[in-house]
Design a protein around this ligand. Sequence first.
Ligand SMILES: Nc1ncnc2c1ncn2[C@@H]1O[C@H](COP(=O)(O)OP(=O)(O)OP(=O)(O)O)[C@@H](O)[C@H]1O
Length: 504
Amino acid sequence: MALAVIGDAAAVTQLIGQATGLIAKIIRAVETARQNRVECDHLVCRVSSVHGVVYNLPPYQEMAPPLKVVNHTLEEAHRMVIACRNRGAASQFFGSRRIADCFSQINLRIAADVVILNLSLCSCMARRHSNQVLHPVPNDIGVPTSTIAMAPGFSSGSLQTQMVVSQSPSQVSSVSFDNPRALTGSEIAAATSFAVELGRGSSGRVYMGRLQFQHHGTVTVAEVAVKVLEKHGRHGVEDAFVAESNILSGLRHDHIVRLVGWCAEQEYRMLVYEHMGKGTLRDQLQQLGGCSSASPVTRSWDWETRVEMLLAVARAIHYMHRGADPVVIHRNVSSSNILLDANWTLRLSGFGSAVFQAAGEDEEHGAGGQLVEEVVGTRGYIDPEYNLTNRVNPASDVYSFGVVMLEALTGRPPDVYGVTLGLLVDSALPIIRMGNLREVLDGRPSPQPTRRQLDALDLVAHTASHCLWPGRQNRLPISHVVANLQTALQMIRSNEPVSWARID
Ligand SMILES: Nc1ncnc2c1ncn2[C@@H]1O[C@H](COP(=O)(O)OP(=O)(O)OP(=O)(O)O)[C@@H](O)[C@H]1O
């Protein structure tokens, strides 16, 4: 009898738990549905403001590229609104979280497009008044009187700027890699028309430009990449800007991308880097982008080249962890953040999520790590321990680099493998750990690898496997990774047998 009463009580407690869970779910869904309406209202506001800007644009040919991007985004916004209007109330309610995300994404994209439209106009005007200097300046009421008529409802906190044309001759002083410096809006406007997009990342879009460089007294004009930071999800523009300008301007290494300067005028935050003309390591491994059949890398994209490139990245990471003061943790090492310049020199980039190691956190592979507010990084590369605990340390970069090594060995992307969707680490690593490297080895560099190549690649695979332990105290220190890759390269290059010891 007593047992039956206890049984009934447990069942009732379970039902109460279920009911409160459901109530919480419903409240959350109603809140999201309400938020959707707010996002929808924002969309209407943004779209009408874009209308105001676009309607009054001068019909300059240079404005075509940013206008095409705006039109593309507007078409998507239109499709979304139609889809949303045609969905039944019930399906809107149940899919409300997804709808909220889509609306907020499209709002951010429209905002970013308008920034680019304004910057392009600044740049275009600067070119048309080549002996005049243009400064984007804030306007009390946000209405740019001279060039762009404002849409009703735009406030001074909006993305609009006013063009002020001063009569002094345009004087863009040179830049140098040795001394990255603050650049003015007019210098950026003279450097790029924002017409050629080089790529997009989680913190912004990157455009082609040209700047005058000074090196040992010689002045040359060279291509640069201008990144316009934009608000994206929870990542603040300011955080990415401060991280990248502060951290990158202090780093000097042959295999780390070089910052030329930065611009922080009003709401604009821009970073200027040397131009890396041959795309990303990911593109190269996938034979995309700048990887034409005529490319020397494609033709000689053999095992020696791959190991050489891995060694270059490992040296860059070693410098951040052991040579830089304070130590820098990149937090987003991936093959898309490894870029190649016109001479095929490889450099690590994407420092928007990097952090300085906090004082006292000097254990490279300790169980701890510094607590960060948000886990950032790229799917497929994130250290599982950091993902679980929000604590990051240099061993998190070692893990991500382990994934890059797997990509170089298998030629596969980090998050799709074979017929099933999944992470490369989960599918390829167990095979490698069972000693069957050849089953997953990329066949493109050499269909029949030599004995010496196989031995060297075995060492690379062994090293990758020791970077990829879930527990960070078991992972190899980056100095051991560098030593093993050096040995592997020596083995591939040498005609003589190389005596070597792998370092675990
Ligand atoms: N210096 C450069 N030269 C040429 N192209 C570049 C350069 N920097 C970035 N890009 C291109 O722009 C893309 C995005 O850049 P980047 O990775 O720096 O952006 P991000 O917002 O920091 O990205 P994430 O944080 O997602 O790594 C790159 O994948 C590359 O295609």
